[in-house]
Ligand binder design. Structure first.
Ligand SMILES: [Zn+2]
Length: 248
């Protein structure tokens, strides 16, 4: 029986699920989430430096402030402070966002390297129709100036393609950020499969694409905030069944 707070369980589960679905990249990229209230105001949880995603557990998540200063680190290896830069920029600019998820998958990086990004070719992709931001690549180092441009490019969106780099999703909950990434990754994999087949592309009509995107948003409204999220509950069951040590 775990005594870890839900915020830590949810985030540890997200790390395990990203590994489970092969969306991780060694010890790099991060998922960050708001820490429980009793860990301090404006504090965040993030993976300790050096752990693979499949090794992250609820208690090993480090607690940091908005500048990446470590407040709690039971694992003892610190954090990748540069990696937190993207996350802290989004958390500072969008207080309603509780979780930021970033990946470097082969499919995500491939689509991020294509001029048009995700095309309206299938139902997964339509969730992001006219709802995906883009941020141009500026190299690995994230200076203060890039943080401002990144947040400006993100605007009010919840998903962003980091050009030539990878994917980013944001959610009011860990479940929302994970659900968006799950579909975004599938849209990228499907697009690559379609293009690799050499068959002619059949794009969905813009009006129908918009209608479908709004249908996704309506579902989202029904499960936002503290309302039940059956998709995340289902993912959580998979994670806790396969990786019970995530709750440690
Ligand atoms: Zn990255």
């Amino acid at each position: 029986m775990t005594t870890q707070p839900k915020e830590r369980i949810d985030l540890a589960a997200a790390y395990r699920l990203i590994a489970h679905y092969q969306m991780d990249d060694s010890i790099f990229t991060h998922i960050s989430a708001k820490a429980p209230d009793d860990e301090g105001e404006n504090t965040f949880l993030i993976n300790p430096y050096g752990l693979r995603f499949d090794e992250v557990s609820a208690s090993s998540l480090a607690t940091v402030d908005i500048d990446g200063n470590i407040l709690r680190d039971t694992y003892g290896a610190g954090i990748n402070k540069a990696g937190f830069t993207i996350h802290s920029a989004v958390h500072a600019a969008r207080p309603e966002i509780h979780c930021v998820l970033h990946t470097h998958t082969v499919a995500g990086v491939a689509i991020s390297s294509m001029e048009e990004g995700i095309l309206p070719l299938n139902q997964w992709a339509l969730q992001f129709h006219n709802r995906c931001a883009f941020h141009d690549y500026e190299g690995i180092a994230l200076d203060l100036g890039e943080r401002e441009r990144l947040v400006s490019d993100l605007g009010e969106h919840k998903v962003m393609i980091l050009r030539n780099h990878g994917l980013l999703t944001c959610g009011r909950t860990v479940g929302e950020a994970f659900g968006l990434m799950f579909n975004m990754e599938r849209a990228c994999r499907a697009q690559l499969a379609i293009m690799s087949s050499g068959g002619a592309l059949r794009k969905i009509d813009p009006a129908l694409a918009e209608k479908t995107a709004q249908q996704y948003e309506n579902w989202d409204k029904q499960h936002s905030g503290n309302k039940p999220d059956p998709q995340w509950d289902a993912f959580l069951r998979l994670a806790t069944k396969n990786y019970p040590d995530l709750a440690n």
